[in-house]
Design a protein around this ligand. Structure first.
Ligand SMILES: Cc1ncc(C[n+]2csc(CCOP(=O)(O)OP(=O)(O)O)c2C)c(N)n1
Length: 388
């Protein structure tokens, strides 16, 4: 199936036998592709892990998918054949550089776009619309696409078609990657951090508990997408919580919008390091704002834990210094739960906006469920509380 047709047959749903990520990486590299830029989706997490571990320096994590496309454009100008790895939800972040940069400058890149929300396959609500329109969106952007080959023997030929197309047209080419295309990847034991190096740090669920317990009981809590929102709902569900699903990186801006328009309320955003990096411009807006009762808490596990633990760039980023430079009224960096609780209490005792970054370790209950409540019901419930 390719981008020339808009009608979407539902087969093949996924390969009979999932492909091994190491073999896919080798085939791509042997065909001349690289470097690789992207933001993880669990469907392509194994490829990112394999690239990071077996081909150091070939994969570069980007803050968001638009940035990944721009990095790829630069790599193309420098003579490479770059690959962008992204979730289809991230196509939204990439539309502008794909259309106004790649199309205009004729800087092609190979896109590996996952297909969350594929019609006929149950998925979470935030993926439904993008899942329905992914083929049409690529076609509308004049990006030729095919389903990722399900037969490893067809991969080299498909990559050849893609590079021919890019050479002839100067335009990007996309492989759409359905669920189950790649087999899960188990990290070698030596690649996982020794437990005692991180053991002193709290888990995300413990940090969430510390924030909730230290906060004024009427605080409006906005939790970032992924496991943060899911753990807050599982452990501390209440009408004053907003569980952000999708719109990765937007939690702090949503919270700021509430805070500026309900200035008498305490608003606390519980964010992730990957999410902050995705839309770091929000920190400048928050820092320059008059949101006196706003607290921005970042749970920093240096990884995209919700999609399989791929590293973010946060290890080298001093978020508190950035918060200070952006104009937040206070910035704290904490490493344990008692300090976190104290920092949240201090933040609510003086005018903000305030910033608190807590280092946590990766890890969560493997049985952590999906949200029980429909996002629109959560939003309506939260809105009623925010307006009273
Ligand atoms: C635009 C976009 N790109 C990618 C994703 C896939 N995704 C969902 S959660 C997540 C990781 C979030 O990382 P972080 O904010 O650090 O929180 P953690 O999972 O570590 O708790 C990613 C990459 C997405 N939802 N939206």
């Amino acid at each position: 199936m390719s981008g020339s047709t808009l009608a979407e047959p539902l087969t093949p749903a996924a390969p009979a036998a999932p492909l091994e990520a190491g073999a896919v990486a080798r085939t791509l590299i042997e065909a001349g592709y690289g470097p690789f830029y992207g933001v993880p989706c669990s469907f392509l997490g194994p490829l990112i892990s394999v690239l990071g571990e077996r081909h150091p320096g070939l994969y570069q994590a980007a803050g968001n998918e638009g940035e990944a496309v721009a990095l790829a454009a630069g790599a193309r100008l420098a003579g490479r054949l770059p690959v962008v790895i992204l979730q289809n939800s991230g196509l939204g972040n990439a539309v502008n550089p794909l259309t106004s940069l790649c199309h205009t400058l004729r800087t092609p890149a190979l896109l590996l776009v996952t297909w969350r929300g594929r019609p006929g396959q149950p998925d979470e609500p935030q993926h439904q619309l993008m899942g329905r329109i992914t083929p049409e969106l690529l076609t509308a952007m004049e990006i030729r696409w095919e389903l990722f080959p399900t037969d490893p023997g067809q991969l080299a030929a498909a990559l050849g078609r893609a590079s021919d197309h890019m050479r002839e047209t100067g335009l990007p080419f996309a492989f759409v990657v359905p669920k189950g295309t790649l087999a899960p990847y188990a990290r070698p034991a030596e690649a996982t951090a020794p437990a005692d190096a991180l053991g002193a740090l709290a888990l995300r669920s413990e940090a969430i508990a510390a924030v909730v317990q230290a906060s004024d009981p009427d605080t409006l809590l906005v939790a970032t997408t992924g496991k943060t929102a899911r753990e807050l709902e599982r452990d501390w569900d209440r009408a004053g919580n907003l569980y952000v699903v999708g719109s990765m990186g937007c939690a702090s801006s949503i919270g700021l919008g509430v805070a500026l328009n309900a200035p008498e309320r305490f608003v606390t955003v519980i964010d992730g390091d990957g999410a902050v990096l995705m839309r770091m411009e929000a920190m400048a807006t928050i820092g320059r704002s008059a949101a006196a009762r706003f607290t921005h808490v970042v749970l920093d596990n240096e990884s995209y834990e919700s999609t399989g633990g791929q590293p973010t760039q946060s290890a080298g980023v001093d978020f508190a210094l950035i918060a200070a430079a952006c104009g937040y009224r206070s910035q704290e960096q904490v490493e344990d739960l008692a300090e976190l609780g104290a920092a949240v209490r201090r933040a609510q005792a003086t005018p903000g906006p305030h910033f608190v970054r807590v280092r946590i370790r990766a890890g969560s209950d493997p049985a952590l469920g999906r949200p029980a409540l429909a996002p629109s019901e959560v939003a309506a419930r939260f809105g009623r509380v925010a307006r009273t």
